[in-house]
Ligand binder design. Structure first.
Ligand code: NAI
Ligand code: MG
Length: 495
């Protein structure tokens, strides 16, 4: 135990031991071994972090920094992340089991998110409004909110934290991050890099720990101006209720059960790869997983064969190896959850074409075989609920009308895939699918420039692009009477 690294909170630019003196373990899910221990945050630790963030928010070193220079700090942070990309990617892979190839890819593009918001920082501006009274100057400004709380999950720790941190800082807020208890290490490292980039102490704070303790304390903190959350729909609902009662905003990026639709005129070879990418990449642990596959009856057999064959040949193993295609689930409970869903599917009448068994990957870890379910329909829980694992439910359809109805018959609306060579159909489907992101002849594409939003129970508010700046600012309208003329009638509203 003693040679394990022990992480403290990162508050006000310093490593801070937890007030209660307690720590918890984070494991490597590929082997089950304990990786490090991290501070178990309490309300006292959260209070200290919010105070540090509030002090930094009011500090002239941050408040009066020009927007251009704020952007420059973001650019430097992006550069530093780029310099540490290999190390950070490896830390994430060891902590959550996702392929090193995948995390390296994420970390290599991550600086672009900071550079994007670096360029945007000095383009946040208001308008001059031509009201009917020419003697009055009315203008708007976009102000930062104050202290923003960011609560993030384990599947892509730094990427999903960045979707909140970069725009929040860009707009002039300060931030307290509560990362997932399964992946604290790289987010703590990020706080260190922010300091090194030149952000003043307290601009970026990290309190580690569990959801019901540190997370809930952050959500409920009275000084908080906003919460931005990515995770399960259940936790999102709880956060929304708490913030609603205090009239503060929340940006919520929640679960999904995304349809991936293959039409009769699709390039079936490409579509099969898209289906595999949609559900088996990252072992299905992504909010945008294409977990419901609809294939037109005329290509159903071919698609099934191609996807099943590829699923059977997927190389399960050490996520650090370049040849591995499927790593473990991120922790034991998540593997058990996936296994439980497949068993439930069997009892609901689903047929397991391939996969359907947990394995230790030969490493002692928490793996689950890539699984294809058929003989399923929208009435079954395995088709309705988010499994967050490598489990595809594949279903046939006859007509476009029918598949639109089936695809939209879900509580979620995060993403959707369409495979067709008919351009008109591609556009038609993009318009009719109830999802915040629609991909045609591709899947899992993402850019800091492209806004995304969950429809229905998949979320509230926009992440990425210029639009997300609205989530981290408040609009002020200023009226200045430029005339000294006597006030005509004090009892009427002016325009
Ligand atoms: P979760 O929603 O409980 O956890 C996400 C984050 O919220 C973590 O940092 C956690 O500590 C925090 N949290 C938990 N309870 C909280 C509370 N009461 N107040 C404040 N913060 C709280 O998700 P979890 O348990 O990690 O995964 C469960 C399921 O959620 C997954 O199987 C998957 O279906 C879904 N999920 C979806 C994600 C997405 O990207 N949309 C990401 C992670 C999980
Ligand atoms: Mg871990």
């Amino acid at each position: 135990m003693s040679d394990l690294e022990q992480y403290e909170h990162h508050i006000g630019g310093e490593w801070v031991a937890p007030a209660a003196g307690e720590y918890f373990e984070s494991t490597n899910p590929a082997t089950g071994a304990t990786l490090y221990t991290a501070a178990r945050g309490s309300a006292a630790d959260v209070g200290r972090a919010v105070q540090a963030a509030r002090t930094a928010f009011e500090d002239p070193r941050w408040r009066d920094l020009s927007q251009t220079r704020r952007g420059h700090l973001l650019r430097r942070l992006g550069d530093l992340i780029g310099e540490h990309a290999d190390e950070l990617a490896r830390m994430e892979t060891e902590d959550n089991g996702k392929l090193l190839r995948e995390m390296r890819g994420q970390l290599t593009t991550l600086p672009e998110y900071y550079w994007y918001y670096a360029g945007l920082a000095d383009k946040i501006q208001g308008d001059v409004i031509p009201t009917s009274d020419r003697r009055v100057l009315n203008y708007t400004t976009r102000e930062p909110l104050g202290v923003v709380g960011a609560i993030t999950p384990w599947n892509s720790p730094l990427t999903l934290t960045t979707s909140k941190l970069a725009p929040a800082l860009c707009a002039g807020n300060t931030v307290v991050i509560k990362p997932s208890e399964h992946t604290s290490a790289t987010v703590l490292k990020l706080a260190e890099l922010a300091l090194e980039a030149g952000f003043p102490p307290g601009a970026v704070n990290v309190v580690t720990g569990f959801g019901p303790e540190a997370g809930q304390a952050l959500v409920d903190h009275p000084q908080l101006a906003k919460i931005s959350f990515t995770g399960s729909t259940g936790t999102g609902a709880r956060i929304a209720a708490s913030t609603a009662a205090r009239f503060i905003g929340s940006t919520l990026e929640l679960g999904g059960k995304s349809p991936n639709i293959v039409f009769e005129d699709a390039n079936v070879a490409n579509a099969s790869m898209g289906v595999v990418a949609g559900i088996f990449a990252a072992a299905g642990q992504t909010c945008i997983a294409g977990s419901r596959v609809f294939a037109h009856t005329s290509v159903y057999d071919e698609l099934l064969e191609r996807v099943t064959e590829r699923a059977r040949s997927i190389r399960i193993g050490d996520p650090l190896e370049d040849t591995t295609e499927l790593g473990p689930l991120a922790f034991a409970d998540q593997r058990d959850k996936v296994a439980g869903y497949v068993d439930l599917g069997r009892s609901e009448g689903a047929r397991v074409l391939t996969g359907g068994r947990p394995t230790d990957g030969g490493l002692g870890g928490w793996f689950y075989e890539p699984t294809v379910l058929v003989d399923v329909d929208n009435s079954m829980r395995v088709v309705r609920e988010e499994i967050f694992g490598p489990v595809a439910a594949i279903m046939p359809f006859e007509t476009e009308e029918e598949v639109v109805r089936l695809a939209n018959d879900t509580e979620y609306g995060l993403a959707a895939g369409v495979w067709t060579s008919d351009l008109s159909r591609g556009h038609r489907m993009a318009a009719r699918l109830e999802a915040g992101t629609v991909w045609v002849n591709t899947y899992r594409a993402m850019s800091p420039m492209s806004p995304r939003q969950g429809f229905k129970n998949s979320g509230v508010g926009v992440e990425h692009g210029t639009e997300t700046i609205r989530e981290y600012t408040r609009l002020k309208s200023v009226w200045i009477n430029t005339s000294q003329e006597p006030v005509a009638d004090p009892f009427v509203m002016r325009s």
